[in-house]
Design a binder for this molecule. Structure first.
Ligand code: FES
Length: 189
């Protein structure tokens, strides 16, 4: 073969190789991408509370756990501040909640309560008290070993549970919309 013919053949070979590599990369990228974790997953959840009437609550499932969102009525608000003597940790000094919930109501807004529903004894799911139990100031009852919590999720003295119910991190998007979101230190992990 003449020299120009050899050069043409070498050039053609390079072009074919180039296309093959690009094609392979195009085919394998979706497969490799599918094996990678989805770092863009949105861990927050919006909750609409427009339909909640005073005294009503709804149960929300978020990140594998159940939470309660409750609109307190006037009686509930009065009871929270009336009798703190019976509580183990009335100011929640030992218990787990975001800084904004370190108050007697354990919430951002006094009338709206958001809490995880897991007993701090051995983790059983607690049940929201009925209207009669509420009149006595009881908010939650653990069916496993009978730990009672008040209307702000604070455990009463004598119960096997050591701490108040855990409060999740959340903020308000508007008067009627709450955004549950991981705490800052959690999302940074
Ligand atoms: S798990 Fe709730 S009292 Fe034991």
């Amino acid at each position: 073969l003449s020299e120009p013919s050899i050069k043409r053949r070498q050039l053609l070979t390079r072009i074919v190789k180039g296309f093959t590599l690009v094609g392979l990369a195009g085919l394998t990228y979706p497969f490799i991408r599918s094996l990678m974790p989805d770092f863009s997953e949105d861990l927050s959840l919006e909750v609409d509370i427009t339909d909640l009437q005073p005294g009503e609550h709804k149960i929300i499932r978020w990140r594998g756990k159940n939470l309660l969102v409750q609109r307190r009525n006037k009686m509930m608000l009065d009871l929270i501040t009336s009798d703190q003597v019976k509580l183990k940790d009335p100011s929640s000094a030992e218990s787990s909640q975001p800084a904004f919930a370190a108050n007697p109501f354990r919430s951002r807004r006094e009338d709206i309560f958001v809490t995880y529903l897991y007993c701090t004894h051995l983790g059983c799911e607690v049940v929201a008290a009925d209207s009669h139990q509420r009149e006595e100031g009881t908010g939650f009852i653990c069916p496993c070993h009978a730990s009672d919590y008040d209307l702000a999720g604070r455990v009463v003295k004598g119960a096997p549970a050591p701490l108040n119910l855990e409060i999740p991190n959340y903020r308000y998007l508007s008067r009627s919309r709450i955004l549950l979101e991981p705490a800052k230190e959690e999302s940074a992990v």
